[in-house]
Design a protein around this ligand. Structure first.
Ligand SMILES: *Cc1c(COP(=O)(O)O)cnc(C)c1O
Length: 427
């Protein structure tokens, strides 16, 4: 699917994969194809497109040439077979599950997830008849005990937002596969630069491209990538992948499209019928952002290490949870799975609890107080007074958002400047 052979390095592929000079104009950069629809050659061509008998562009809810470049680039970087982009990370998760689940189906998910994912799975998916069981995925025995024959997928964040938790992805994938489940991995926090889910057993990867992939805090987006190695018929749990689809003259996505059948189904059914398409402009911004992904991730990690080490020695700080620190319980797993570093989002505890946490976010200057991660700018949030304020204190503590917790997303500024800003606020 890529126009460049696989032996190119990750750095080359972040810049080139999926794109080529525009065939008509020679434009070197990927143009923003700001169009809703595409002219058919003739009626037969149109019929073939609608029947999925030929590939091409019909309508931008399904495919758009700018979005296609991004899809191919992300799939290539992940080492996957195919990808689909959509409006946001949450829509990616919705579409990823829509292609797997029937009403009444259950799946298993790590309890250490982005807060929005916990709500999406636990509250809104329920209304579609999709039931989730949350499990402590840092405890393999607990996962083993929690798996039921009816579970159809295991969903994890290997580098969890926000707690600095690293999961044993390969061991979890083995458990999932022993039980005929696919493993879906949210790789938003690590990106394919820091972590390679398909090399450790993942079957499907989701992304919020809103974060590090776009990288500049400008554009919402999501992506789904499939490994190309899922044997749907053998797993025997996914009728909608295998059985005849009435909307496409009875074709079976697994049989007709083989190793990219899951992405075809996700696009031609999920994206077509629910409509969360990515805008061409957001795709363009994300492509442009991704061209420096490898450089940015390196510096994000370098700065995060410096800031974490500084905070660890600060008298106003009671603890720092960053898997790049030697005394982190996740240090060894981080070394094994993410040798280039465990990202740049982590939490720390400030002495003085809730009031002190509020004081810090209100006193920082350079660091922005807001609810996002993965920007070039350093960001801070006090979960107990914002994202987690609806929860009781016990609930807040249980999900790592106690009154003293501050979350940082370390950006690309001069490390000493970030440190000075924090030092002043803490002091
Ligand atoms: C932000 C985020 C999401 C949701 O993505 P949106 O683009 O905000 O919809 C999912 N997972 C993780 C890890 C995130 O950080």
């Amino acid at each position: 699917m890529s126009d460049k052979p696989k032996e190119y390095g990750l750095e080359t592929r972040t810049i080139h994969a999926g794109s080529r000079p525009d065939a008509t104009t020679g434009a070197r950069n990927t143009p923003i194809y700001q169009t809703t629809s595409y002219v058919f050659d003739d009626v037969d061509h149109a019929a073939d497109l609608f029947n999925l008998q030929t590939f091409g562009f019909i309508y931008s809810r399904l495919t758009n040439p700018t979005v296609s470049v991004l899809e191919e680039r992300i799939a290539n970087l992940e080492g996957g077979r195919a990808g689909v982009c959509c409006a946001s990370g949450h829509s990616a998760q919705f579409l990823a599950f829509f292609s797997l689940l029937e009403p009444g189906d259950r799946f298993l998910a790590s309890k250490n997830l982005y807060g929005g994912s916990i709500t999406q799975f636990g509250v809104s998916f329920k209304r579609l008849g999709w039931e989730v069981d949350f499990v402590d995925a840092t405890d393999l025995e607990a996962v083993k005990a929690a798996i039921k024959p009816e579970h159809k997928a295991l969903f994890i964040e290997p580098l969890a937002n926000p707690g600095g938790i690293i999961l044993d992805t390969q061991a979890l994938a083995d458990l999932a596969h022993e039980n005929n489940m696919v493993m879906v991995v949210d790789n938003t926090m690590a990106t394919p630069i820091l972590f390679r889910p398909f090399e450790h057993g993942a079957d499907i990867i989701t992304h919020s491209t809103t974060k590090f992939l776009g990288g500049h805090g400008t554009s919402m987006g999501g992506a789904i990538v499939e490994s190309g190695k899922i044997d749907w018929a053998k797993l025997g749990k996914y009728p909608s992948m295998v059985e005849a689809d009435p909307a496409y003259h009875g074709l079976s996505f697994a049989e007709t499209f083989g190793d990219f059948g899951y992405c075809m189904k996700t696009r031609c059914v999920g994206l077509r019928d629910f409509g969360p398409a990515m805008s061409p402009t957001n795709a363009f911004n994300t492509i442009t952002g991704m061209e420096t992904l490898h450089l940015r991730m390196e510096r994000h990690v370098e700065n995060a290490h410096k800031v974490a080490a500084f905070l660890q020695g600060h008298p106003a700080v009671s603890w720092v949870s960053y898997a790049g620190l030697k005394d982190s319980p996740y240090y060894d797993l981080a070394q094994k799975y993410m040798p280039k570093g465990p990202g740049s989002v982590f939490t720390f505890g400030v002495k003085g609890g809730f009031e002190a946490g509020v004081k810090v976010v209100e006193t920082v200057n350079l660091i922005s107080h807001l609810a996002n991660i993965g920007d070039t700018r350093s960001l801070i949030i006090h979960p107990a007074s914002t994202t987690h304020r609806q929860l009781s204190e016990e609930q807040q503590i249980a999900c790592g958002a106690g009154p003293d917790v501050l979350r940082l997303s370390i950006g690309l500024e001069t490390a000493d400047d970030i440190i000075r800003d924090l030092d002043e606020a803490l002091t």
